[in-house]
Write a protein of this length. Structure first.
Length: 58
């Protein structure tokens, strides 16, 4: 004898979390990384030194 469990007929609507790994946070992080990478390349191009040398760490 096999019994099947009933499946729900309505899917819950969940709110987007305000913190953690959500689409907005990932998009914002990606954009900040692109800006940071571009600025690092720009500093290296304008000064002729790498970021570590420019910061005095090399």
């Amino acid at each position: 004898m096999t019994t099947t469990t009933p499946q729900p007929s309505v899917s819950p609507t969940l709110k987007e979390p305000k913190f953690g790994f959500n689409d907005y946070a990932e998009r914002l992080n990606g954009r900040a990384a692109m800006i940071g990478f571009f600025m690092a390349i720009l500093v290296e191009f304008l000064t002729g030194q790498g970021i570590l040398a420019w910061l005095g760490l090399q």
